[in-house]
Design a protein around this ligand. Structure first.
Ligand SMILES: Cc1cc2nc3c(=O)[nH]c(=O)nc-3n(C[C@H](O)[C@H](O)[C@H](O)COP(=O)(O)OP(=O)(O)OC[C@H]3O[C@@H](n4cnc5c(N)ncnc54)[C@H](O)[C@@H]3O)c2cc1C
Length: 602
């Protein structure tokens, strides 16, 4: 397998070398190595195009490498194999209801039409997925939502297949979502199994031993475990397929500007690489996949709601500069609306090495014995809704009562049993004290004392806790109906009766943790059409320019239909862009002819 080639002189075709106008010539130039960029690059290389990928940072994978890698793919092959053949139509209706006219329908139709095709394509070349059968869509109350079947998980990948040097390029996962300081990755299903050991189950001992032995061996040679899972597995596997097809990746490299011909066609870019500026020709086009703008404080201030989020768990490279490149050649932004992003409520902590940890609260809010409150000490939402809906509710509540930060309040028993944020279940008291000392966790001997410490209304909090305890005993949340939604129920505790999401807050001391809104991805992006072509102000494609992933406006605006719609959008529109660029004639534009409720599947 070819190693990463950082030398400009390497060519894939005879006519790829320099000439009097160009320092380097390729078919497709791709900016970014997340889901969007790698999908475009692998597809193009697989279609026989020469491909150069520029990655601004020294690492491959962007936010995709941090992610769970989940892809939301209605009508996927697992569903079809199980006899469900109408899911694209059903999902189409769901998106129509959820998104309406906030985003162009033709783009979401393209997502649905090309989603399963793209996954089948990647599966065939060895980028496989598992079926996450039980993952419920984020709006189960909206007709057309799926109660399980649309989410796919990337198969684990053996990083050793990349060779040591290339493996070292793969961005490391979020430390808090892996074991042993972020050096050992485990699948979500495996975490659940391993956690049962804390309850005394001997069953997962075999799994723990197997994973541990492999990790220990890997550490000696590779500094971290090479059995990659989730988003890390996805980007590493795509990287592997790209290298196999002689695609090149230049790290610490970007485009200073795009080049156009007299007709406005994007023909290449001036590339900043190793302190030089090179004119790179891109015969079939340029794909922008820089991951949107979550990591830019300036863009956040300009486009995200107030109070402006100060933190993000997205990778540092997503600063909007690829979007600016497109704007300079006529590309336009989608219309800013709503919150322009997808959201995690996160707690902010400090790691042992002094770095800041932004911990997304994805599952813990749904556990029994936890409430979320605003400055009045009152709840403002069913805590078990999706992270996106929860954060939106924070902002909505904040318009009348300070709710940023919001506070998760929990008692000793629930904290010990379920953990919270960075705090793992069954953590010894000495460690808990460290979290309190650092200000990550707040403790009170009584609810009133806790309220005083976190600056919320003590009467309000006392009333909220009394109400919660009543709801826990009856099993009915009279305020927000927690425990009635299939979404929330999946993350509750099935052994907790009478309601898996409701438990008393009664065992002192009591604890609280602050949550702030953090974008995990941005939904405002370049206007594109169904073929991933960037559009100008008149809605006409800028020839030769494509966008995928968060650089493109989200197909669902800032509505979050289900787990995996962002990595899904990267994979799908990267694939669409590359197929279009590879063969305009052989890959007809996606123009589904459909009624209100059906979609034509190619
Ligand atoms: C903890 C976490 C978990 C998540 N889990 C999921 C999930 O399971 N499913 C899901 O759908 N979404 C998930 N998300 C969101 C999702 O990961 C991102 O929205 C998505 O991966 C973005 O993909 P992308 O290809 O657009 O960008 P990225 O993956 O961020 O890749 C962009 C790359 O482009 C590079 N780049 C930027 N500018 C330039 C430039 N000018 N030149 C060259 N390179 C440049 C960046 O450095 C980066 O490497 C999660 C997010 C987080 C933080």
């Amino acid at each position: 397998m070819p190693e990463i080639d950082n030398e400009v002189t390497t060519t894939q075709r005879d006519d790829n070398g320099p000439d009097e106008h160009w320092d380097q010539q390729v078919d497709l130039l791709v900016l970014g190595t997340g889901a969007g960029g790698l999908s475009a690059a692998v597809t193009a290389a697989n279609e026989g195009l020469s491909v150069l990928v520029l990655e601004k940072t020294e690492f491959l994978g962007g936010t995709t490498a941090y992610s769970a890698g989940t892809c939301w793919i209605p009508n996927n092959h697992f569903q079809r194999a199980a006899g469900v053949t109408d899911d694209a139509e059903v999902a189409s209706g769901y998106l129509d209801r959820l998104v309406g006219d906030k985003a162009p329908r033709e783009v979401r139709e393209s997502y649905l039409t090309n989603g399963s095709t793209a996954i089948d394509y990647f599966t065939k070349i060895g980028v496989g997925f598992w079926h996450s059968k039980t993952v419920v869509d984020y709006h189960p109350d909206v007709p057309g939502a799926s109660l399980g079947g649309r989410a796919l998980e990337p198969q684990t990948f053996d990083g050793r297949r990349l060779g040591k040097e290339n493996f070292g390029r793969v961005r490391r996962p979020v430390p808090e979502f892996a074991l042993f300081g972020g050096t050992m990755m485990v699948r979500r299903a495996e975490v659940n199994q391993l956690l049962t050991m804390l309850q005394g189950s001997p069953k997962p001992a075999g799994l723990a031993l197997r994973l541990g032995a492999r990790w220990a061996k890997d550490r000696l040679q590779y500094q971290r475990g090479t059995r990659l899972a989730m988003g890390n597995a996805l980007v590493a596997n795509l990287f592997h397929k790209l290298l196999e097809r002689r695609g090149q990746v230049w790290f610490n490299s970007t485009a200073a500007r795009l080049l156009t011909d007299d007709d406005g066609r994007v023909t290449g870019a001036v590339v900043a690489y190793r302190g030089r500026e090179l004119r790179v020709r891109a015969r079939s086009g340029v794909v922008l996949a820089g991951g949107g703008f979550s990591a830019s404080a300036q863009w956040r201030t300009r486009y995200l709601p107030s109070p402006t989020p100060q933190y993000t768990r997205a990778a540092e490279g997503s600063t909007g500069d690829t979007i600016s490149l497109a704007q300079a050649v006529g590309g336009t932004l989608s219309e800013p609306r709503d919150d322009n992003a997808f959201w995690f409520p996160s707690s902010i902590g400090r790691r042992k090495d002094g770095s800041t940890a932004v911990f997304p609260h994805i599952w813990d809010r749904a556990k029994p014995g936890i409430v979320a409150v605003n400055a009045d000490g009152r709840r403002f939402v069913d805590e078990s809704v999706s992270y996106h809906r929860f954060t939106r509710a924070m902002y909505a509540s904040n318009s009348t009562t300070p709710s940023v930060p919001a506070w998760l309040v929990i008692d000793s028993r629930a904290l010990d049993r379920y953990g919270l944020g960075m705090i793992r279940p069954k953590l010894p008291k000495a460690y808990l004290r460290k979290y309190v000392k650092s200000g990550y966790l707040h403790r009170g001997a009584s609810i009133r004392e806790l309220a005083g410490k976190i600056g919320v209304d003590p009467d309000g909090l006392q009333r909220t806790v009394s109400d919660n305890n009543r709801f826990a005993s009856t099993g009915v949340d009279e305020e927000f109906g927690k425990g009635t939604s299939p979404f929330g129920l999946q993350y509750g505790d099935p052994n907790n009766k009478p309601n898996p999401n409701l438990g008393p807050i009664e065992q002192a001391p009591f604890y609280a943790m602050a949550l702030v809104p953090t974008p995990l991805g941005t939904s405002l992006g370049l206007r594109t059409n169904a073929d991933a072509q960037v559009l100008d102000v008149t809605g006409t494609p800028v020839p030769g320019l494509y966008a995928a992933g968060n650089d493109a406006a989200s197909m669902s605006a800032s509505e979050y239909p289900g787990a995996g719609c962002q990595v899904g959008a990267g994979l799908i529109f990267g694939y669409v862009a590359a197929r279009r660029a590879a063969s305009i004639n052989n890959f007809p534009p996606v123009r589904p002819i459909r009624t209100n409720t059906s979609v034509e599947i190619s």
